[in-house]
Every structure is written in C-alpha cells, then in structure tokens.
Design a protein around this ligand. Structure first.
Ligand code: RP5
Length: 172
C-alpha cells in the first residue's frame, strides 16, 4: 500500500512534555490541512545542547518552519530563532504563576533582527494555521487548502447564525 503520509515540513517543539496538551492543537490543524510535522520536547534551559542539535538537523529533515511553545521564562522560541534562518512561530503556554503573561512577554519581546511570530496564550491551533499560510505563500496546493479551511469556517458561522434565531425565539 502506498504511503500517503505527507512529508514533514513543520517542526513542533515545546519546553516540556507537560506542554503537549496545548501544542497538539497545532498538530491537529496541520493534519486537517495535509501538512506533515514532527514533535519534540526539549528545554532551552534544561537541555540546551539537545535544542541546538535538533535545530542543526531541521533543514536536512525537510523542515521549513518551526512552531515552538513554552511556558514561564519561555526562551525556547527565541533561542531557536537565534539558531536558524527558518521562520519561528511562538506559542506562549499558560503558566501557573502568572497565567501565561510571563510566557507571552518572554516570547514576543525579541530583539531587532531575531523575530518570533507570536500567537496568543495557548493558541497552538492558530500557530498551525499561520504555519500553513506561510507555506501557502509559495505552495499553491497548501494555499488552496487554507482557502477551503476559511470557507468551512465561514459556513459554520452561517449555520450557527441560522440556529441563532431559533434560540432567540425560545428565550423571548
Ligand atoms: C517550561 O516550563 C515548559 O515549557 C513548561 O511550560 C514549564 C513547566 O515545565 P515542567 O516543570 O512541567 O517540565 O520550560
């Protein structure tokens, strides 16, 4: 049987396996959009050498874009952006102490020349959609899948609106 798994184009990395529940949302939407991905848990602070090694192998593995999530003193996305010319999307993971504001500010406030495209707190799904849009800029098949994805979103809003009047009528 032919292998229909799409080739890996996105590398998902997170500071700890405790981030998996959040970061899987990126993988889910990438699956929906037919984009292959790999995933790893490595920490900029606890395993810096392994992070550098993972980044060094990205291009050889066919990865074109990284989605990096971390919580608290969330330096992982920035460190990866420092080490690779590939685009990095950062996902601030909600932390226990400061509700993710620490994660958000750690990821978004990068120095000039080393950007991390930062999505909202726990917004790994949006990171996946943004990754598809970036790849879709030069890949027309992916772009068409993103167009379809957006059309389906619009349809679902229309459906919900058609039920809205029924709900309003019940409430009155
Ligand atoms: C960060 O510290 C991780 O990204 C995670 O969000 C947070 C807690 O990690 P664990 O103590 O659960 O491994 O580096």
């Amino acid at each position: 049987m032919a292998d229909t798994t799409p080739p890996v184009r996105v590398g998902i990395i997170m500071g700890s396996d405790s981030d998996l529940g959040v970061m899987l949302d990126a993988g889910r939407v990438l699956n929906q959009l037919g984009i292959g991905w790999e995933i790893k848990a490595l920490s900029a602070h606890r395993t810096p050498d392994q992070v550098a090694e993972w980044v060094r192998g990205l291009e050889e593995r066919g990865v074109q874009l990284v989605i990096a999530g971390a919580g608290g003193a969330a330096h992982l996305p920035g460190v990866i952006a420092a080490l690779t010319p590939l685009p990095v999307i950062g996902v601030p993971v909600k932390s226990a102490a400061l509700d993710g504001l620490d994660s958000l500010l750690s990821i978004v406030q990068m120095p000039p020349g080393v950007p991390v495209a930062t999505v909202g707190i726990n917004a790994a799904r949006n990171a996946g959609v943004l990754a598809a849009k970036v790849l879709g800029a030069t890949d027309t098949e992916v772009r068409e899948r993103v167009r379809q994805f957006k059309a389906e979103m619009a349809q679902s809003v229309e459906k919900r609106n058609s039920k809205l009047m029924e709900r309003v009528a019940k409430e009155l």
